[in-house]
Design a protein around this ligand. Structure first.
Ligand SMILES: Cc1cc2nc3c(=O)[nH]c(=O)nc-3n(C[C@H](O)[C@H](O)[C@H](O)COP(=O)(O)OP(=O)(O)OC[C@H]3O[C@@H](n4cnc5c(N)ncnc54)[C@H](O)[C@@H]3O)c2cc1C
Length: 597
C-alpha cells in the first residue's frame, strides 16, 4: 500500500495546504483503471445509449432491469464488493471513475446508482453473513435488483421522522410492516427493498430487507417526472407485510445511521456521476458551435460562445479535480485504518464519515455545475437546443434531479457547516483556535501576484482565503453561539465560501501537477479562470454573511478585512477564456482523459 499520511480528518484542507504529491488527479489513474473505464464505456455505447429513447418512452418496463442484468454480467454491479460475494473488490476511486462514466446515461445512471449504491451498500456494510449470502450475491450478479425506501410523503429531508411502523408479531417470529414510501427509484422492478421503519415507539428508524413478492406490497403507477423519464420511480405501500425477524438489517434503531452513511457515499458518487453528462454536453456544444454558421461565420468564433464554452470546461475540470482528490483521500484513509487493524467494512465506513464534508461539497458543486453546463449547452444550440432532435433537451431535463436527491443541496450546505462546528466543539479540528488568531490579527497584508511564480503566489492567495473563511466562521460562531443553526442564510454563505476554497485549491493543484509534467500553458489559463470565478464567489458570500448580522461599523471593518484577503491580480479574463475555448475547439473535444501534452 502507499503509505501516504493524508489529511487526518475531512475538512482539514481549511487549515493546511496539502502537498502536491498527496493530491490525486484523474491523470494519475493507471492502465488497469483506464481499461476498466474503457470497457464500461463500450458497454454503454453498445447497449445503453442506443436504448435511451426506448427507456424514456417506458414502452418496455423490462428494458431497464435487462440492462442492469447485462451490467451485472460484466461485473459492473459489484465493483466495490468483496470477491467472495461475486464482486471485483476495486478501489474507491475506481468506483468513482465508473460512476463518472455511467453519468452520461441519465436515466440508466439513476437506476445504476440506486442499485449499486443506496440499495446494495446497506447489505454490504450491515448485512449478516447469511443475509449477504442470500441477497448480496444476487445484487452483485444482477439476478436481484434493489431499491432503497426511505422517503415518505411527510418525511423527506427530515428522514428520521418517517411514520412507517414495524411491529413484532405475537409469536415473535416476524415483523409486520405498515407504511407508505415515496419517490422510490427502481421501485417498479426491484426484487429487494431496503425499508426504513420504526419499531413501536422508537425514536430512530430500523432497516429491514423486504422481498418484493410478499403479500401486502402495492404500488402506484410510474411517476410522470420532469426528467430521467426512463428510470422507474414509484410510490410503494406496505400493508401488514410480514417479514422474518432475521430480515432486520443492522441493529434496532440503527437504520438512520445506515441511511446517512450510505448517503455520504451516494453524495460523492453523485459528484463524480455528473461528469460524464458534462463532458457529453461540452463535446456536443463544441461540435455544434464549429458547424453552425451565422453572420457567415461559425458561431464558435463569437466571444459570447467562447465565454460559455470556457466556463463549462473550467467548471467540469474543477469538478473532476475535487471528486478524484476527495475519492483518493478516502481511499488512503481506508488503507490507513486497515493497517491500524480495522476490517475493510469498518475502515470504509469510518473513512467516508471522516470525509462527509468533502462528500457534501462534491454533491453540491457537481449538481450545480451540471445544471450550469446543460443550460449553457442548450443556449449554444439556440432554437435547436429546445428541440428533442438535438442532444440538449434530455440532458437539460435529466440534470435537474441532482440538486434534489441524495439530500437536497440546502440540507447538504447546512451539513457542511454543522459538521465543522460539531468537530470544532469536540476539538477534532482546530477551527475555533485558528479563527480567534485570525480575528485578533492586527494587520493583514494582501497577496502580491507574481507571474514568474504563478502557482506559489496563487497558493498564498488560497491561504488568505482560508483566513477569510476562518474570520467569517469565527465571527458568526461567536455572535450566534448555538443559535447559529437558525441562521441558515449565514450558514449557506459560509458553506459557499468553503466549497469555493476546496474547488479552487483542488483545481490549482491539478493544474500545477499537469503543468509541471507538460509545461502546457493552458493549465495557467484554467487556473486563472478558476481563481477569478472562485474569488468573486468567496468575496460575495463573505460580505453577505457579515452584513447579515453585524452593526454598520463592525461590518465595515469586516468588509475591509475581506477585501484585503480577496485582493489579487486583475487577470485579463476575456483573453483567458478565449484561450481556453480555442484550445478545446482546436482539439474538437474536452473528452475523458484529456491527455494534456
Ligand atoms: C426522481 C427521484 C428519485 C428519488 N429516489 C429516491 C429513492 O430511491 N429512495 C428514497 O428514499 N428517496 C428518493 N427520492 C426522494 C428524495 O431523496 C427527496 O425528494 C429529497 O430528500 C427531498 O425531500 P422532499 O422531496 O420531501 O423535500 P422537502 O424535504 O419537503 O424539501 C422541500 C424544500 O425545503 C428545503 N428544506 C427542507 N428541510 C430544510 C431545512 N431543514 N433547512 C433548509 N431547507 C430545508 C429543501 O431543501 C427543499 O428545497 C427521490 C426523489 C426523486 C424526485
Amino acid at each position: 500500500m502507499t503509505n501516504k499520511t493524508k489529511s487526518v480528518i475531512g475538512g482539514e484542507f481549511l487549515l493546511n495546504e496539502t502537498e502536491l504529491s498527496k493530491i490525486f488527479i484523474m491523470e494519475d489513474f493507471n492502465e488497469d483503471q483506464r481499461m476498466m473505464a474503457e470497457s464500461c464505456n463500450d458497454f454503454l455505447e453498445k447497449e445503453v445509449i442506443p436504448m435511451t429513447e426506448k427507456l424514456d418512452s417506458k414502452e418496455n418496463p423490462e428494458l431497464m432491469p435487462e440492462l442492469l442484468t447485462k451490467a451485472g454480467d460484466l461485473g459492473l454491479l459489484g465493483l466495490s464488493i468483496a470477491e467472495e460475494y461475486g464482486g471485483m473488490n476495486m478501489s474507491f476511486n475506481t468506483s468513482m471513475l465508473i460512476a463518472d462514466i455511467v453519468g452520461i446515461t441519465g436515466s440508466f445512471s439513476t437506476a445504476y446508482g440506486a442499485h449499486t449504491g443506496i440499495a446494495t451498500l446497506p447489505v454490504k456494510y450491515y448485512g449478516t453473513t447469511s443475509q449477504k449470502d442470500k441477497y448480496l450475491k444476487g445484487l452483485v450478479s444482477g439476478k436481484l435488483k434493489g431499491a432503497y425506501c426511505l422517503t415518505e410523503p411527510d418525511s423527506g429531508s427530515d428522514a428520521n421522522s418517517g411514520k412507517s411502523k414495524a411491529t413484532l408479531s405475537k409469536d415473535q417470529k416476524k415483523y409486520i410492516i405498515n407504511g407508505q414510501k415515496m419517490w422510490i427509484s427502481n421501485g417498479g422492478f426491484a426484487d429487494l427493498f431496503i425499508v426504513f421503519a420504526k419499531i413501536d415507539d422508537d425514536k430512530n428508524l430500523t432497516a429491514f430487507l423486504v422481498e418484493k413478492n410478499l403479500e401486502g406490497i402495492n404500488m402506484n403507477p410510474e411517476e410522470e417526472k420532469l426528467g430521467i423519464k426512463g428510470s422507474s420511480t414509484r410510490q410503494i405501500f406496505f400493508n401488514d407485510v410480514e417479514i422474518p425477524c432475521d430480515n432486520m438489517l443492522g441493529k434496532r434503531e440503527e437504520g438512520f445511521k445506515i441511511a446517512l452513511n450510505v448517503l455520504n457515499i451516494g453524495r460523492i458518487k453523485l459528484g463524480a456521476g455528473v461528469l460524464g453528462g458534462c463532458r457529453g454536453v461540452i463535446d456536443s456544444s463544441i461540435s455544434y458551435s464549429k458547424e453552425r454558421v451565422q453572420f457567415n461565420v461559425p458561431i464558435a468564433s463569437f466571444g459570447a460562445i467562447k465565454y460559455k464554452l470556457s466556463n463549462m470546461i473550467v467548471k467540469t475540470f474543477s469538478c473532476e479535480s475535487i471528486c478524484y482528490r476527495a475519492g483518493d483521500d478516502i481511499e488512503q484513509k481506508i488503507k490507513e485504518f486497515q493497517v491500524d487493524g480495522k476490517n475493510l467494512n469498518e475502515s470504509e465506513l469510518s473513512a467516508i464519515e471522516l470525509f462527509s464534508v468533502e462528500c457534501a461539497i462534491c454533491k453540491i458543486y457537481g449538481s450545480e455545475i451540471l445544471d450550469f453546463v446543460v443550460d449553457e449547452g442548450l443556449q449554444i444550440y439556440g432554437g435547436m437546443g429546445y428541440s428533442e432532435e438535438a442532444p440538449m433537451a434530455r440532458p437539460y431535463r435529466d440534470a435537474r434531479i441532482s440538486r434534489i436527491y441524495e439530500g437536497t443541496n440546502e440540507i447538504n450546505r447546512m451539513l457542511i457547516v454543522g459538521t465543522l462546528l460539531k468537530r470544532s466543539l469536540k476539538n477534532d479540528i482546530n477551527l475555533f483556535k485558528k479563527a480567534k488568531k485570525v480575528i485578533n490579527e492586527e494587520k493583514i497584508k494582501k497577496v502580491v501576484y507574481s507571474n514568474e511564480n504563478h502557482f506559489k503566489s496563487s497558493y498564498e492567495l488560497v491561504k488568505k482565503l482560508k483566513d477569510c473563511f476562518l474570520y467569517i466562521f469565527g465571527k458568526a460562531a461567536m455572535h450566534f453561539n448555538d443559535k447559529i443553526k437558525s441562521e441558515q442564510e449565514v450558514m449557506m454563505n459560509i458553506s459557499d465560501v468553503i466549497i469555493s476554497i476546496y474547488v479552487l485549491e483542488s483545481t490549482l493543484k491539478r493544474c500545477e501537477k499537469i503543468y509541471k509534467k507538460t509545461q502546457n500553458t493552458i493549465m495557467l489559463d484554467i487556473s486563472k479562470s478558476s481563481i477569478y470565478t472562485n474569488l468573486s464567489t468567496i468575496k460575495h458570500h463573505s460580505i453577505e454573511s457579515v452584513i447579515s448580522y453585524m452593526s454598520r461599523e463592525d461590518a465595515n471593518k469586516s468588509i475591509e478585512f475581506i477585501n484585503t484577503c480577496t485582493e489579487f491580480e486583475n487577470f485579463n479574463i476575456k483573453e483567458i477564456n478565449r484561450n481556453i475555448a480555442n484550445y478545446f475547439l482546436e482539439k474538437k473535444s474536452y473528452g475523458l482523459f484529456n491527455n494534456f501534452k
